[in-house]
Design a protein around this ligand. Sequence first.
Ligand code: HEM
Length: 479
Amino acid sequence: MSESYTLPLPQSGLPITHGRIADFADDPLVCMRRLWARHGEVCALQEGNQRIFFVFGPEYNRQVLSDASRFHSRFFAAYGPRKSAQRRVTSGLLSMNGEEHRRHRRMVQGPLQKKAIVAYHENVAAVSEDAFSQWQIGETRDVAADMTNYMLRLTCAILFGLDHPELAYKVGELTERWVGLNHEVGAGAFTGSVQASAAYDELLDSAKELEVAVKELLAVRRDSGLGTDILSLLIRAHDEEGGISDEHLIGHITLLFGAAHLTSAHTLSWTLFLLAQHPEVMQELHDELNTVLGGRTPKPEDLDRFEVLERVIKESMRVLPASAYVQRIAAEPLELGPFQLQQGSVVVFSQFMSHHLPEQFEQPERFHPDRWKTISPSPYAYLPFGAGPRMCIGAALGMMQLKISLPMLLQRFKLNVVAGAEINARAMSTMLYPTSAMPMRVQAHDGEFTNTPVTGSIHTLVDLPPACQPQRDLQRRVA
Ligand code: HEM
C-alpha cells in the first residue's frame, strides 16, 4: 500500500487521499478501511486526475442507492469490444439502467418472488439430502470447495431446472476463472479504460469459453423441453416476436448463475466457519434444530420458526458479507457530500464497511448473533443484499436456500475446523471470497462443541474467541 495514505489532508480541504487506484484492486478492504479511518463517511482516492469516490455510512448509502436514475449501475467486469463474448456475458441486469433495466428486471423477477419460490422448497431439500449424504464421518473436507460445488448444482437445478452437476461444475469453473481475470484487469474495469494487456486478452478468451458453456446449458434445456424454470422463461422471452436479444439471453443466464451460486456458496462457507469457531452459538442452534425438526427435513412452515438460525445468518452476513462492495456511476453531474461529481464518476459503497461501523454496531468485529434480539438497523445500515430499486432479486430464494441447507448439514454432522488451518479471505470483483481451503473434520454429534486455533487473514476481518487465535507451536507443526 502506498505511503501517501498517511499524508496530511490536501490544501483543498476535501477528503481526498492521493494514491494508486490499483491499491484498491489489490486489497479493497484494507484500502477502504484506511480511507474511512482518515476521512469518515465520504471521500475520494485520487491518482493523477482520476478519482474514485467512496461512501461508507447509512446516510450516503441511502443517497446513492435510492436514486437509481442518477447513480447508474455498472458491472464490475471490464467492457469488451462490441459484438464480443465479453460484451455479451456482461449484458445482464447489472449492466442495464433506466427503462431497459425496469423492463428486464420485471421479467426475471417473477419466478423469484416470495410466493413463487415455495415451489422450489422440495427441490432444495432433495439436492441437499443427496449432496450431504455422501459425506462420511471421520473424513476431512474442504468445506469452501464443497459449498461452491453444492451451490453450483443447486443453482443449476433451481434456476435452470437441470440436475446436471457436471455441466454446472464446468460453467462454475469457467465463471470463477473469468471473475478472477476481471479483477486482475481490475483498475481498468474501474475506470472503463482497460489497457491492452496479456490479462485483458486472456479475459476475452475466457469470456468466449464461458459463453460456449452457457450455450451448452441452453441447448440441454431446449433438448429436454421447456419447463417453468427461469431458463425456460428466458428462452420463451427470447423466441417470441420482438423478444429479448441473443446478447441479453446470454447476459441474463451468466449473471443469474454467477450471482446466485457464488454469493450463496461464500455465505454458507463463512457461516459454517463462524459457527464452528463459536461453540456456544453452535450449541444453541443445535438445540433449536432438535426442537423444531428433531432430525427431519425442514418443511416450508418451519423456516419462520427458526429464531436462532435467523440471527446466525443475519450476523454472519453482517460480519463477513459475501457481497463486500459495489460500484455506481454518476449518470449526470451531481453533488455528493463536499464533492461535485462529473458525469461518469465512479462511486463505491461497501456492505463490509457499513456493517463494521462502530457507531452502527457495537463491537462490530465480533460474531454475536444475539445482538439481533435488540437491534433493528435501517435498510441502508445493514444491506447484505443491497438496498433500493436495485436490491438483489434473489434475496428471498437465497435466504430460503440457506435456511434449508444449513439445518440439513448441521443436523447430520458436527464440523470442526482443522487446528492450525490457514483461513484467508479476500474481496475480489465485489465479493468476499475464502481464498484458501477451509478444512473441516466431519464428526458424529456427541453433544460437545469446541473451537480450534487457526491462522490467516481471517483474523483481520473478525475477532475470533481466544481459543481460535494462532498458536505458535501448532503453526510450526503444520508448516
Ligand atoms: C446470499 C446470497 C446473495 C447475496 C449476498 C446477494 C447479494 C446481492 C447484492 C448486494 C446485489 C445488489 C448489487 C447492486 O446494488 O448493484 C445483488 C443483485 C443481484 N442479485 Fe443477488 N445475492 C444473493 C443471491 C442471489 C440469487 C440466489 C440470485 C438469483 C436467483 C441473485 C441474483 C441477483 C441479480 C440478478 C442481481 C442484479 C439486480 C439488479 O441489478 O436489478 N442473487 N445481489
